[in-house]
Design a protein around this ligand. Structure first.
Ligand SMILES: [Zn+2]
Ligand SMILES: [Zn+2]
Length: 134
């Protein structure tokens, strides 16, 4: 393992850039989308580096993974107070931000002595008004 300060600094920079990019995107992104958005900024960035960073950020609670079953993808979104949940249209893939987070309501229903919540993911999907009548 190379633990030189330079490499550590580069990793921190990449992680900060990933967080900034997810915040800027305002919707859950796949690892490929994060990579596409950042590969010009970091010439040594690879898709597997992005994956590793996303996993690490997920483990430390900075981001949450959203599994989107109908497109068989995993997307990542911030878990801090700036996070936004979405409705996503299965047909045109339009995403509409929701103005609520269901976590507080759910917290009242779960026994928090049995486990500690460190993150959550929530997404609604279906047909948007433009696609309902197609
Ligand atoms: Zn639609
Ligand atoms: Zn939430």
């Amino acid at each position: 393992m190379n633990r030189s300060p330079l490499i550590g600094e580069r990793r921190t920079k990449q992680r900060k850039a990933i967080i900034a990019y997810l915040r800027y995107a305002m919707k859950p992104l796949t690892a490929e989308e994060v990579f596409d958005g950042l590969c010009r900024e970091f010439d040594n960035l690879s898709l597997s580096t992005v994956y590793r960073n996303l996993k690490k950020l997920q483990r430390s609670g900075f981001i949450s993974a959203v599994k989107r079953q109908f497109e068989n993808s995993t997307r990542y979104t911030l878990s801090d107070s700036s996070h936004v949940h979405h409705f996503v249209c299965r047909h045109c893939m339009k995403t509409i931000p929701l103005n609520f987070c269901p976590l507080e309501a759910i917290k009242e229903k779960v026994d928090e002595d049995a486990f500690k919540i460190e993150g959550h993911s929530f997404e609604l999907y279906g047909s948007c008004v433009d696609c309902i009548n197609l």
